[in-house]
Ligand binder design. Structure first.
Ligand SMILES: [Zn+2]
Ligand SMILES: [Zn+2]
Length: 401
């Protein structure tokens, strides 16, 4: 299981399976491995100083291989000792011309995938150290996921699109491009079991792209009030965990049948009361009516006037966990049962830059701009707020050896 890091973060963290170890570059050029001691407290075991600033990390627990991307474009690999008390440099790849934004090590094929601010996606063989190929992306990449079985790579970039590439040994081909966000793609999460891709964006939304279902559906999830910063999927409970820079954490129940949002229809007049909208000058002239503003019902997609869409409702199965505009007839059709939330909302109380979920323990780790790391134990839909146990440290002060 490869951990992955937030590209926009200057405080990336890798969280290891088991409760005992965390690795993080705390002071931008240093990497620390945190071990849980008998006292229940975390203390750093390794304190490694890099020649340059770390920008992202990926850890493979099976081989204890740590891949670190840097500001100068290099990807450095380290092997951690079995007791996590030593970190040995293994190899350095000069992968990019600028900052490495995402690095991902794939054990099954021994490849190191990376993206950089030079707008290149590259992949190296970790056995030979050779660069196998490179692909020019539309903008710099902030989300990278890989499907081992089919060798498809998902690349989310700053232009808001998600590109799907099929990787071969030394070349790759463009499969398709998903365009759904109005802001940057900030996070990607691939569930290889359901074959679903989640993308998070600075436009506050998450889109679930149903790739394996072959229906090509794209389902929106609206539950954040700020930039989405991280996405993790718990496949055993079918929960999606998302976080945003305002500290919000949303746990989505994905074990429900969700519906696509309708396309917005265009009309010159309200599709309910037939009053013309303000730009329909001819009809306005003919009927001597004053034009109205066009709105859209989020449930049926019809173009309606304000008077015919005065009510608001949540539509959780369409991903609207917040109240949105609906037309009066749709409002009547939505039952209390339909309004039952499909997500729970939590406040991490810090501005999250990175999040990691560890499925074996159910622990969720967040790190913030406040340089605090929080570990929330046994995150699960119902008990989350009750069992929430924050481990906080303000480093380097508190935990410097
Ligand atoms: Zn109307
Ligand atoms: Zn409607």
């Amino acid at each position: 299981m490869a951990a992955f890091c937030s590209p926009s973060s200057n405080l990336p963290v890798v969280y290891l399976p088991g409760e005992c170890v965390h690795i993080l570059p705390t002071w931008s050029v240093t990497i620390r491995v945190w071990l849980k001691r008998d006292s229940g407290q975390y203390w750093p075991s390794v304190y490694y100083t890099m020649p340059t600033t770390c920008s992202c990390m990926s850890f493979n627990p099976e081989t204890r291989r740590l891949s670190v991307g840097t500001d100068t474009g290099a990807v450095s690999e380290f092997i951690l000792s079995e007791d996590y008390n030593k970190m040995t440099p293994a190899r350095t790849y000069q992968a990019h011309q600028g900052r490495v934004t995402v690095v991902l090590f794939v054990l099954e094929i021994e490849w190191v995938l990376s993206t950089g601010q030079d707008k290149n996606f590259t992949w190296h063989c970790s056995e030979s150290g050779q660069q196998l190929g490179t692909y020019r992306t539309a903008a710099w990449v902030s989300g990278l996921q890989f499907d081992v079985e089919t060798r498809h790579v998902f690349v989310g970039d700053q232009s808001g699109q998600v590109t799907i590439l099929k990787l071969e040994q030394d070349n790759c081909s463009l499969v398709t491009t998903f365009k759904g966000h109005t802001g940057n793609v900030t996070a990607l999460c691939w569930d290889p079991v359901q074959r679903v891709l989640f993308s998070g964006s600075s436009d506050h939304s998450i889109i679930m792209w149903d790739i394996g279902g072959r229906k090509g559906t794209a389902i929106e999830l609206q539950g954040h009030n700020d930039k989405v910063q991280g996405l993790c999927y718990a496949s055993h409970t079918r929960q999606l965990i998302s976080c945003s820079s305002d500290g919000g954490i949303v746990i989505w129940n994905m074990d429900v049948t969700r519906q696509e949002t309708p396309e917005w229809l265009d009309s010159d007049s309200c599709q309910k009361c037939e009053q013309p909208f303000f730009w329909n000058f001819k009809q306005m002239w003919d009927s001597k009516k004053i034009g109205l503003r066009q709105h859209h019902c989020r449930k049926c997609g019809q173009a309606v006037c304000g008077k015919c869409s005065s009510k608001r409702s949540t539509i959780p199965l369409m991903g609207f966990e917040f109240e949105v505009r609906v037309c009066d007839s749709c409002h009547e059709s939505i039952t209390d049962e339909d309004r039952a939330p499909t997500a729970t909302f939590h406040d991490s109380k810090h501005s999250i830059v990175y999040m990691h979920y560890e499925p074996t323990t159910g622990n969720l780790l967040t790190s913030g701009t406040d340089k605090v790391i929080k570990v929330c134990l046994s995150v699960c839909c119902i008990q989350w707020s009750r069992s929430e146990a924050h481990y906080q440290t303000r480093h380097p002060d508190t935990y410097m050896i």
